[in-house]
Design a protein around this ligand. Sequence first.
Ligand SMILES: [Zn+2]
Length: 689
Amino acid sequence: VAFALLVLACLPVAPADGRVQRPGVSASPIASGPQAVRDRAPTFADGVAALVRAGYPQSVVEHLTSLGDAANGFRLAGGRADLAQSAFIAGEMRDAGLQNVRLEPVAVDVWDVRGAEVVAGDERFTASQWGGVPGTPAHGITAPLVYVRGGLAADYAAAGDVSGCIVLVDFLPSAYWVGIIGMEAKAQGAAGMILTSTRRDTALFSDPASLASSSATYSTADAAPFVYVRRRDGDRLKRLLAAGPITATMRSDVAVTAIADGGVAYNVVGELPGSAGAEDLLVVGAHQDAFFEGAVDDASGVAGLLTMARAMRECGYRPERTIVFVSHTAEEFGLADSQYDWCVGSWRLLTEHADWPGRTAAELELDEIGFRRAPLWALNVPELGPWLRATARGRGARLWPQDWITAYSDQWAYSARGIPSAHFGNTTDRYDAATNHTDRDTAALLDYETLGEDIVAVHRVARGLARVSGRLLPLSPAARAHELAASVAARDLEHAGCDATVRRRYRRALADFVRAAEAYERRSAAIPAAHIERVNAGLLAVLRDLGPALTGLDWYDTVTYPHRSQLDDLLGLMSGVRRCRLHQRGAALEALAGVTHTATGRHFSPAVYGRFLDRCSPEYERLGWAAWGRLPLPLDVMPEYLLIESGRYRAALRGLVAKRRSARAELERRLAAMTPVLADAARRLDGLR
Ligand SMILES: [Zn+2]
């Protein structure tokens, strides 16, 4: 336990790129003993241990991973394998005694990938396909192969004319979205693209022997089709090219059923009825769709969810809230022609169940659990932080709450709609770098005792949240208020030149919210028992209204506040203006590189970057769930960037000053929109007593 507290005390904060930081430990701090006490009713933990001994979660993972589609074992949304697993999971839910089990349709672009290869001379290389990337004609694309290094505009300038060719690209997945790489290839006239990984990217797809896949944020009209080959095969192609010109054939067999043509998948939903009735909910989720076998990501979560449901029944657990188990589809991919093509199943679910926020205490997502003997972490909204820390204390604790959330998980949609969420997993940075979304993500990586311990820990969290009466929900509005207050310094808003009245009103509403949240928690112990049910409902209603108002996304998909993301872009722009005035070329360019996607844009053709930005605009028809995230106003400062590069500071300043005006106005609009929501939350929190 001391060890656990030591690690908890030095948890890192969310890094700018939104990737999970984990404590540097590789073993479970406390192994929970298998010896159950014999002379008492079986506990939840006993039930889980018995199911693990009987091989139940193992059989679920084995079955799901056996269903995969022909070529690489994918179970993408709406494909044959995914439809089969929806039916299987519904059957298991019924068998576990869940009620009202149903398949809820989700409109998706179905990407049925049936295999891909690259042929060069008499050598044949198996390739992988990505979600949303169009296939080739059946006979493939045959063309001269040209190596274009990173596939950036400068690389094409060095390579010469590539029109009609297949380009071989060293992909840096940590640095660029593959979507913009494909758009550049198409703009340069390439007929197709072969991607491979390199040693330069150590954070993703770093295993030289594995195939990789993901959603591609692809524009099916503006980007060249591509396939992905193992690094060692990419190296082989480069050696062949070094020996002389070669012609290659790339083949990718994809059958697409678009939403417009009836593409459909199913979220699977089942309920453990609560004693308080069907109105009050708690959601436990996982996702069933996968690239490759996806044993860890996320057959493990589905197995955990089904094991949890069974163990609850077997130990006679009766929650007050109705626990809704959701196996999401289309978490990995489900929407073509979109920069935000993942998390589609949960986005549609929350669109459909617009009445869940306000009566759902939380969503607990199981995604990538049971990984070897690694400790369990949680990505959670601040409201859940104190309760997660409280349940992590004491014997059997194995949980590391991190107080930030990710948009790369189904938890996003719940949080954005005002349902507090926590995503539980126990994979490591090394898994992310080498194994996630590759053909190495197999059942051999799972340890089922660990998986059992993981769901026992999540159950402990769920028990406190499944209350309606008797005790207050363990949700902390003060933790949210403090995080919000710390997210933007008052002097930054002043420095950004925001209107003084707008600032003063926002500051007053925020202070009021902080005060009311703290006062609520101070008096919470004294709230009379007869009021608790009403207070719990009132608290969830406050969080329901705060969630959408406080959810923003930045350009790197980091979940942040709407004013924070806009302020960051504005401050970068303002610094660019100052440096430009002083004719400080390097510093001005560096400042502007931090605005919108300029850091990416400067490496691509201006028209390609412009098209890329269109897809992030609030007006884009396929912005998808990102519309819930109030992206900052997209600022295309590439024209000014190029002017500064060529020393034309005066012309650059004219453009930058105009863009600064619109960015500042947008920030003021956001502050003005948040102000009444905070004031209202404060007023309603004051009424909870
Ligand atoms: Zn996942």
